[in-house]
Design a protein around this ligand. Structure first.
Ligand SMILES: Nc1nc2c(c(=O)[nH]1)N[C@H]1C(S)=C(S)[C@@H](COP(=O)(O)O)O[C@H]1N2
Ligand SMILES: [Mo]
Length: 234
């Protein structure tokens, strides 16, 4: 087969698998707070999701603070790998070139840190989490993902949140490669949830058959982390 044809077939398969995943999680997604909430708490202009752009208790900043565990891992691109495994039909270990060959998505989204700052309108480029899920094909039993960073960080997220179109694994922001202090070469972002749900220096996505708590969730942060309900701590 011609190389181009192989690529086309691969893309068709990803698109088909993505549509199936969407259908499978549609009902659950409708029940998540960011879609079911009748009175999202906050102020400011209404964003594209019908939410006030500044969630309750947040203050807007144009700076971008750095939060980490005191260690910023530096991973050369030739050593970099992304493992996607667990409750999936087709586990993969992607190299940087493999990752960059996947369909790329651009999206402008907001960033809400639980320490009360929010940064609006960040222009991201990367791969949608739903496209990565389509690649590995979560089993019917998969319900949650554990995200692992190269710095030993972990954070958990339900599939009905993780598969929303805002959730990306991003390598470029505002036209520049993502800086190491912000999680470069690749981090996850979860614009509809507090930003600790997005692991910097992402290393592994483990699909799980049940929920398990990540680093901050074990230390009293909310499992669900929904900014428009002030859902910070459990
Ligand atoms: N791997 C890793 N990811 C992480 C963290 C971390 O310490 N390690 N901190 C989280 C927290 S609490 C926030 S608010 C955001 C901060 O991202 P920033 O430093 O780019 O602002 O990353 C999240 N992801
Ligand atoms: Mo945070």
């Amino acid at each position: 087969m011609e190389n181009e044809e192989i690529q086309d077939n691969k893309l068709d398969r990803i698109i088909e698998a993505r549509m199936k995943l969407k259908a499978r999680f549609e009902e659950k997604m409708k029940l998540t707070p960011s879609m079911a909430d009748e009175k999202p708490q906050g102020k400011g202009e209404i964003n594209r999701h019908g939410m006030p752009n500044t969630p309750v208790g947040q203050t807007l900043t144009t700076k971008w603070p750095v939060l980490d565990l005191g260690y910023q891992p530096k991973i050369p691109l030739d050593k970099w790998r992304l493992i996607i495994d667990g409750e999936v039909e087709n586990p993969v270990i992607l190299t940087w070139d493999d990752f960059m060959a996947l369909p790329q998505t651009e999206d402008v989204s907001d960033f809400h840190c639980v320490t009360t700052w929010s940064k609006l309108d960040m222009a991201w480029k990367g791969v949608s989490l739903i496209d990565l899920a389509a690649l590995v094909q979560p089993k019917e039993t998969a319900t949650h993902i554990m995200c692992y960073g190269y710095d030993t960080y972990t954070t958990n997220i339900s599939l009905e949140e993780a598969l929303k179109p805002d959730v990306l694994l991003g390598h470029t922001v505002d036209g520049q490669p993502l800086a190491v202090e912000h999680g470069g070469p690749l981090r996850m972002i979860t614009p509809q949830l507090y930003a600790w749900k997005g692991s910097k220096w992402i290393k592994r996505l483990e699909f799980m058959p049940k929920n398990k708590l990540g680093f901050w969730e074990e230390r009293g942060y909310s499992n669900t982390a929904y900014p428009w309900r002030n859902d910070r701590y459990s």
